[in-house]
Each structure stands twice: as structure tokens, then as C-alpha cells.
Design a protein around this ligand. Sequence first.
Ligand code: 5RP
Length: 317
Amino acid sequence: MADLDGTQTEKKEKEFHTQTPQETPGFFLKGSHQYDWGLKNRLSRVFNPKTGRTIMLAFDHGYFMGPTTGLERVDQTILPLEPYCDCLMLTRGIQRSIIPASTQKAVALRASGGTSMVSPDDVWEGELDGKPLKLSRPGYEPLSYEDTAVDIEDALRLNACVLAVQVFIGSQHERRSLQNMTKLIDAANRYGIAVMGVVAVGRAMARTAQYFRLATRIMAELGCHLVKCYHTDEDFDTITSCCPVPIVIAGGKKRPELDALKMAYDACQQGASGVDMGRNIFQSDAPVPMMKAVRGVVHEGLKPEEAYQMYQDLKNA
Ligand code: 5RP
């Protein structure tokens, strides 16, 4: 009965702080203030509470592209970058085989899949009047024929903070990809895991602010906790403004380092909550300096030119 003994013998008087009301702090992340504790805690591991932003390092491309340039050996190219990001966006195969379980980084787990870069177009081949005939369906978009690719229990075993699901608004399989997303949201909500809807731009879709406003808003309305889309040269602030949850930008195809840093900077100035960037980091001539430069722009208030100078100094050191 150590506790009872303690109440009688301890000299220190109790202090109830009766004059200090308990605080009721808000939550730092857009649209996330009414979630439960576990979900907020996971989001706080993905987004830095001091800046409200995140640097997600995306290297899940292999789930439909195979060993794309820069990801031939994830152990050699990605592990050196790990210390400088906030969150690893990856597949469960790479997580289990390559990423040390001792990592302190949050995990955004790729949770949709089932098609590849070489998925066949929807083509009918036959004969008409004795002559061969080949018909293809316009706008079929074979890549959009995805399924969910991870069970929620496996996501829990992998300690995922976020599940990432590809959504193909306006494509042949729009409905299917939206159902993948809502099914994952229902499962993830049971355990306080966040779902990130990834706007996949099909061949028929233009990368305009109008399209991204539509796509990101639909995903948020259907329950996504965060959304990933591309940056646009014009009106990107209207996309972030009318999306009630955080938006992170994908890097897209490799571009010159200064251009990539300007894009990350502009996106953050225009309301993005950070980046989910892959090729512009791991395909850079100097991936670790580039990763640090992106960090400078997203978290440390550097202007793109300052971050580029940092990139060059580190590269040449
Ligand atoms: C694959 C993805 C990638 O994670 C995404 O495209 C980010 O990578 P990058 O910056 O190379 O575009 O969602 O579909």
C-alpha cells in the first residue's frame, strides 16, 4: 500500500492550480481539429506541428513502374535520404524488405494497385466480313482499373500513419477508384489512420486548376484526410482554398533543381501543406543536397534561390 502510506508521510503539499484554467488547445492542421486522438497523433507525425507542413519522400513508383530510374536499388538510393524527410511514401513490399523497422519516420503506405505501365488497352480483335478488325475503346485508361491493395490489418501491422489511394476522376474507372477510396476511408476511420487521395491525371485530362479543384474537392467531401495533386502555374491558390483538408503536391517528372525548388516554394506560399516528392529528389544529380534544399524551402523559410545555392554548395562540397 505504498500510495496510502505516501498520502500520510509525504511532506510536499498538494497543488491543485485552482487559479489556472486547463487549456483547450486547437489543432494545427487544416480541417483536422475534430478528429480523435490517434488520428491527430498520426497526422502530427506526418506534418511537422511547428511549420504545419510535411516533406513526404515518395518512392512508391515501383508499384506500377517497376525499377524506375533512381529506384533500382532502394537500399542504396533512398535510405541515405531518410533522415531528412518527415514521412516515407512507399509500398509494403519495400517497407518490409528494405526499410529498417527502427525508423522514426511516419509511413504513408501505398494502398491501391493492380495495374501496370504495360496494362493492355481495352482492345477487341476479331473479324468482320472475313477481314481482321481491331477496335479500341477511346479513353479507356487501363491504369485506372485499380483495386485496393492492402488490408487494414496489414496497414496496422506496418504502423502506417497514412494510406495512399489513386483516384482517377473523369476516367473510365472513376467510380471504381472512388469506391476503393471510400472503402479504405471506412476501414481506416475504425483505427484512426489517415487516407490520402492521390489525384491521378489520365491521358484525357488537362492539368488545370479547374480539374484539380474538382478532383481534390470530391475526395475531401468523400472523407479523405489529405489530398495529393500537382501544382499548377495558374490559380493554385484557388485549389487549396476550396479544399477543406491539407493538400500536398507531387513533384512530377524530373525538372531542373531550381525549377523544382520554385515549384515547392510557390505551392507552400499558395496554401499547400507541403510536398510528396519523388523523382525530383531521387533522380537529382545530388539527391541528399536536393533533399536538404527542399527541406530548406518547406520547413526553414528559404527562398528558392537560397535553397538552390545551398544545393550547389552541398553538391560541390
Ligand atoms: C505514383 C505516385 C507518386 O508517389 C507520386 O507521383 C510522387 O512522385 P513524383 O514526385 O515522382 O511525381 O503517387 O503514382
